[in-house]
Design a protein around this ligand. Structure first.
Ligand code: HEM
Length: 137
C-alpha cells in the first residue's frame, strides 16, 4: 500500500496549493460531505466549523509530510482514530470523507487534477485511513 516517490511528490505539491486557501478548502470539503452524506451533519452539531476546518487541514498536512515515513505517525493516527470512535464516527464514514476530500481537491486543482493526481491522493488517503481505523479493532 506504500506510495511511490512520484505519488508522494504529487500529493505534497497539490497539498501545498491548498494551504493558502485552507479555510475555503475545508469549508468546501464539509459542504460536500454534508451534501453527499447528510447523515454525517449531526455529528458536528456543536462544532466550531472554521476551527474544525483548520484542525483537519493541519492534521492532513502532518500526514502528507510523513508519507515517506508513515511509521513515524502511527501513534498520532491511532489516537486520532480512538477519538473518532468517541465522536460516534463509523468506519464506513471514512469512505464518504474520502469522496468529499478528493472532490474538493479536484475542484481546487481544476485541469491539473489528472488521473495520476487522483490515484496518488486516493492511495494516500487509503493509507492514512487504514492506520486511523486500526484504532477501531
Ligand atoms: C483520516 C480522516 C480524518 C482526519 C484526518 C480527521 C481529522 C480530524 C481532526 C484533526 C479533528 C479535531 C479533533 C481531534 O483531533 O480529535 C477531527 C474531529 C472530528 N471529526 Fe474527523 N477526521 C477524519 C475522519 C473523519 C470522519 C470519517 C468523520 C465522519 C464524518 C469525522 C468526523 C469528525 C467529528 C464529528 C469530529 C469532532 C468535532 C467536534 O469536536 O465537535 N472525521 N477530525
Amino acid at each position: 500500500m506504500a506510495l511511490t516517490d512520484q505519488q508522494r511528490q504529487i500529493v505534497a505539491e497539490s497539498f501545498s496549493r491548498l494551504i493558502p486557501i485552507s479555510e475555503h478548502a475545508a469549508a468546501m470539503f464539509y459542504d460536500r460531505l454534508w451534501e453527499i452524506a447528510p447523515e454525517t451533519r449531526p455529528l458536528f452539531h456543536a462544532t466550531d466549523m472554521p476551527q474544525q476546518g483548520m484542525k483537519l487541514m493541519q492534521t492532513l498536512g502532518i500526514a502528507v509530510r510523513a508519507l515517506h515515513d508513515i511509521d513515524s505517525i502511527v501513534p498520532v493516527l491511532h489516537d486520532l482514530g480512538a477519538r473518532h470512535i468517541r465522536y460516534g464516527v463509523t468506519v464506513d464514514q471514512f469512505a464518504l470523507v474520502k469522496d468529499a476530500l478528493l472532490w474538493m481537491i479536484a475542484q481546487t486543482l481544476g485541469e491539473d487534477y489528472t488521473p495520476e493526481v487522483h490515484e496518488a491522493w486516493s492511495d494516500a488517503f487509503d493509507l492514512i485511513t487504514s492506520i486511523t481505523v486500526s484504532a477501531y479493532e
